[in-house]
Ligand binder design. Structure first.
Ligand code: KG4
Ligand code: ZN
Length: 369
């Protein structure tokens, strides 16, 4: 099956063409073409993603990336031999999502191909199917940690998900980005904070900094990171230090606090689910963090029958390959989706366990809200 996939939910414009076949647990995936343009430097001055700028950039970049991707795949630009088009329909920034959806639907009409909506978070989950050496065993628990999300999802089966914990305020990646901004560091903050934290560990810097581990003992599986962020802010105000050594100490204590909370909640989730979980998936931009992924390797070793799966480094942050893979999962588990040609709707807060929005279900949607 050949899939053209499009991702524009946040500040990455990405297009890929996959040739993908076989068992969902271990599909054979060949990347025929793949392009990605990050807008991170453009958003840096705002300290986060500025939706209208993202929208404009996606509009500008999509046609260029499409052409490059088709060329890489040696496919005809006029009418390429793809089976269908997959596009992220949510969650994300609605103005940005709409650009991808409109573009995908225009292509669908022009080429007479079905357009399949993909849930971005399902994309992160199934990013672990890429370059995997063994089948994905379900049920799984996925900890999705990105700039917009922090959630624990029980993956009962392909297409059958339940969110069992989520952040009540900021997402982990967002907390990394905000703390980086407070320290005068650039966006995205995760990689830089993580580098400084690692330097502090290597240098064995002594410090008595202690930040809270919010909700670590709350008895449920939810998260909160805004208090941690505020604790960092107050500390910076009180100490009035701007030297690099202090920044490294703050970065280390912040990363330690985040890691402690993520690991403890995941441990609790693994122990509390009735069905024994076979795979622990850690995915989303923050899963690129080496310190956090090592902490999860340690956690997984506490559960003798549990396998830990993380995406390859290039697939941790947003990309179109994961959207193509999730579309394959969707089409294989629900083939009739290819016959549904009603218009798609972007939904910023689309949840991993909810139905996609189409014009036909608009009235339901209004009732829901
Ligand atoms: O999944 P992603 O690319 O976009 C969303 O769907 O949100 O995640 C981006 C987030 C940013 O907040 C970024 O700071 C964070 O992932 N991130 C990291 C690291 N690399 C990226 N956070 C911590 N450590 C990292 N090494
Ligand atoms: Zn993402």
């Amino acid at each position: 099956m050949k899939i053209l996939s499009i991702e524009t939910s946040c500040d990455e414009t990405a297009v890929s063409i996959l040739e993908i076949d076989g068992d969902l647990a271990k599909p054979k995936i060949k990347v025929l073409g793949n392009t990605l343009l990050s807008q991170a430097v453009l958003h840096e001055q705002y300290g986060g993603v500025y939706p209208n700028l993202a929208k404009r950039e996606h509009q500008k970049n999509l046609p260029i990336l499409l052409e490059q991707t088709l060329k890489q795949a040696h496919l005809e630009v006029g009418l390429p031999s793809v089976d269908f088009i997959a596009v992220t329909a949510g969650p994300g920034l609605e103005p940005a999502l709409w650009v991808g959806i409109t573009f995908a639907e225009e292509l669908g009409r022009k080429w007479n191909k079905p357009v399949v909506p993909v849930n971005h978070m399902e994309g992160h989950v199934f990013s672990v199917l890429y370059n995997a050496d063994k089948p994905l065993e379900l049920p799984a628990l996925a900890l999705l940690i990105s700039g917009g999300h922090t959630e624990l999802v029980h993956i009962r089966d392909f297409g059958d998900y339940e969110i069992i914990g989520r952040t009540l305020d900021d997402a982990v990646g967002e907390a990394f980005d905000k703390v980086a901004r407070m320290l005068g560091l650039s966006y995205p903050g995760g990689p830089i904070i993580s580098k400084l934290a690692q330097e502090a560990r290597t240098e064995k810097l002594e410090s008595d900094l202690k930040f809270p581990r919010p909700m670590i003992n709350s008895g449920n599986l939810n998260f909160s990171f805004s208090g941690l962020k505020t604790a960092v802010l107050y500390k910076l105000r009180d100490e009035k230090r701007e030297d690099d050594e202090f920044k490294r100490m703050v970065a280390r204590e912040f990363e330690d606090a985040v890691t402690d909370v993520l690991v403890e909640k995941t441990r609790r989730a693994l122990s509390s689910l009735d069905t024994p979980i076979k795979t622990l998936i850690i995915a989303g931009g923050v899963s690129a963090n080496t310190f956090i992924s090592l902490a999860f390797a340690k956690l997984a070793s506490e559960f003798p029958t549990l396998t830990l799966r993380l995406p390859t480094r290039e697939l941790t942050t947003d990309n179109a390959i994961m959207i193509g893979i999730a579309a394959y999962v969707r089409v294989k588990s629900e083939p009739k989706i290819l016959n549904d040609n009603s218009a798609l709707i972007a939904k910023g807060n689309l949840s991993i366990n909810s139905e996609y929005n189409r014009t036909t279900s608009l009235s339901e949607d209004i009732k829901d809200n």
